[in-house]
Design a protein around this ligand. Sequence first.
Ligand code: NCD
Length: 305
Amino acid sequence: MKHLIDPTDLSVEEIDAIMDLALDIIDHKDKYSEVCKGKKLATLFFEPSTRTRLSFEAAMMELGGNVLGFSSADSSSATKGESVGDTVRVVSCYADIIAMRHPKEGAPHFASFVSDVPIINAGDGGHNHPTQTLTDLLTIRREKGRLNNFTIGLCGDLKFGRTVHSLIKALSRYEGIRFILISPKELRVPDYIITEVFEKNTIEYKEVSTMEEVMDELDIIYMTRVQKERFFNEADYVRLKDTYILDSAKLKQAKSDLAILHPLPRVNEIAVEVDDDPRACYFRQALNGKFVRMALIMTLLGVHA
Ligand code: NCD
């Protein structure tokens, strides 16, 4: 039985197969409309979510399966003091696959030890978010036609942004990717990403503090929100939250085929005027999230069309 806790739990070949399946689902929706008939997905969300939870649920419904779960810790027995281990052990008696989001880093990993069914990490604290990464990879593949040989700028909260950590780990396995890390010094990527990913694999990267100085080099810009809920100090959040705002004026220096990605939710970091720019991919990205989760659910359950 396979779980998805870290993006590198899947090999590059397995990720490419999930992308291929997602692309086939996009083209032939009817073929897949009953493949998960009789199967249940449980979404255990101990932290807020819009896209991830609803796209998981929509994905399972479009495969003909059913969904159950909770959308906040308040509505689960966690409020009575039940441990994550006990909750997961019980839910794995009711569902065939579990998607779990938790504010504690490592909680889904722990859950995978006690679960009788596949566990999908739907975000663990400031650590990882592998299904957002699958969404991002599918988006890059659809928008740029490839998953190699480009320069990507990751901008904003690179310290607490779990989508950034997972995306870097996954992309570092493809050829010819140059990373430009755009953040204030307080929100730089964690040291383990520098040593364990970039330096260990001799991957080209640079750290800068403004988007203007690198805008014309980028093939992709991945904007992120400053992760308010991970700050210990409100004053630091307020000081850093609007460091980067991508607007039409800044995009004048960008390549004509730049792809602008954002995992969403956006707070202020992309001006609404950018939404009409053909280079804005973030709403298409959210749609890709549903298709790639359909492909992932099928893969982990071992079902075929
Ligand atoms: C992201 C997350 O939860 O980490 N959201 C998402 O799943 N699309 C990004 C964020 O919350 O900033």
